[in-house]
Design a protein around this ligand. Structure first.
Ligand code: NI
Length: 190
């Protein structure tokens, strides 16, 4: 299975709204498997299709993986969300320090609802509804943002964003240069 190139902050496809998918066929299955492999290889706990340059409403999450387990693979529990929608959220927000595979080296405290209820389809395109709190709720909201072209740095307070402006500006320029060099053909296997 292929591992895919993760695009970085500044890449235009991270700012696009992804579209609902109509079915899960062999192409989608291969994409989901490649996204999972890419997420694990990057030591992430979530990855959205936009991050590999694909504008489809799919993200993968694994908040159960234990990197210190003797057999890390056995601790994995991959969750696939297709066409996800948050249908309820708690009134109470809480802060949590987030990072993102597409914004390496940058972290920031983001306030989001503590608990959510999500409706989505799974890897077999079966609809389901799930309740999530703690880390799972956090990651789901972060990944769903990606599908709408929103990044966690957009949700940081203005002062924190100003402090990061130099770093983000450099990342944006590099990313744009790379996009112009590689062209718009995604996903890219690495
Ligand atoms: Ni992210």
């Amino acid at each position: 299975m292929a591992r895919l190139k993760i695009i970085n902050y500044g890449h235009p496809l991270l700012r696009e709204k992804a579209l609902d998918i109509k079915k899960v066929g062999s192409r989608e299955r291969a994409l989901i498997a490649a996204m999972a492999e890419t997420m694990y290889a990057a030591r992430g706990i979530g990855l959205a299709a936009n991050q590999v340059g694909v504008l489809e409403r799919i993200f993968v999450v694994d908040v159960d993986q234990d990197r210190d387990a003797p057999n890390e693979t056995l601790s994995r529990r991959l969750r696939v969300f297709i066409n996800p929608e948050i249908i309820e959220e708690s009134h109470e927000d809480e802060p949590f320090t987030e990072g993102c595979l597409s914004i390496p080296g940058i972290e920031g405290e983001v306030y989001r609802p503590k608990a959510i209820r999500i409706a989505a389809r799974d890897e077999n395109f079966e609809p389901f509804v799930a309740d999530a709190d703690q880390l799972l709720a956090r990651v789901i909201q972060h990944e769903l943002d990606h599908l709408n072209g929103v990044l966690f740095v957009d949700r940081l307070p203005a002062l924190r964003r100003r402090l990061l402006a130099g770093k983000l500006g450099r990342m944006r320029r590099e990313s744009l240069a790379e996009f112009e060099a590689l062209g718009p053909v995604y996903p890219i296997e690495v």
